[in-house]
Design a protein around this ligand. Sequence first.
Ligand SMILES: [Fe+2]
Length: 366
Amino acid sequence: MKIELSDNKVFFENDGSKKEIHPFWLRERAIGENLVDEGSKQRLFDPTELNKDIEIRDLELSERFLKVSFTDGVKTKLPVQNIINEFSNINDVKIIKKIKWDSKLKNINKYEFEADIFDQKIMYEALINFYKYGFIIFKKVPTKNNFITNFANSIGSIRRTNFGEFFNVKSKPNPNDLAYTSLSLAPHTDNPYRNPVPCIQLLHCIENDVKGGFSTLVDGFTVSEKLKEDHPNYYKILTEIKVRYQFIDKDVVLEDWAEMIQLDENNNFKQVRFSPRLDFVPLMEKEKLDLYYSARNKISELYNSDEYKIEFRLMPGDLLMMDNYRLLHGRTSYDANQGNRFLQGCYIDYDSTEGKLKHLKRKFNF
Ligand SMILES: [Fe+2]
């Protein structure tokens, strides 16, 4: 990738194709005194108030800088690397490649908590692994005074839901969700009925005196790719049919329609939703429903099979951070008479982790 000049025009060359960069694209990126605020990096001018036909008067290209004078009298010196970064999307977490995993996954990425961890290199490494594997665990996170809220707000901001700013997971009488019992929970994603679905779940173990109650995780990315390979017709229908997900309690009715396997604009994996106690497929012709039910059974069988599931015990102080768009989570049953099992959970959104990752990258010059 490189920048070239010809006839008072700027060209961007990539993979053998050479394209002109619009002069106004460069003009609205002009930096310098009276053009950009030093602290916020926000423009001090409104580009929509400028004449979009502004042209380039003079150009000078060195190894590191592109100097441009425009016909409206503005002169600027742009770092070449900044222009290249915008074309290559180099700062985007989407280029971190997901690593598929199943029950054979040996090394879970664990990080020991320290008070200043959020601004350390180790946090950068942790976040990269979060995007690669869809989950990480922090050890020895303080368990007093709902510390999970401090933890979440140190990465970004808590995403509040109808379960509150954070929620306490322990068995209780008259629960509004099966999570608040001692029953086993099959692998599921949280809140598929919300729009948007909370992106990342934090689950912090405060007490765990029971023998059972193991945490389980499944990689929805691995499973959906497997389904695509072995049963393309099942994969197709699950990526096409929008299902109604519903949550009802005495205070609220939440509903959203979405695919069980959602793809992005390039037909790549975006998100899985799975919660077969609260999904309602639309009324379609019998043959289509027949195929849908076979597909749902198959993906349920894969999600619940021992081939894809990992199982581990969360110890007091352990904080599991998992991608609710990619992973399914659950737990094995436990006997509440054996002692306490108490977890606290909350949600944060992707812009929190992405913003933190980019900040650490900038800070440490990675
Ligand atoms: Fe859950």
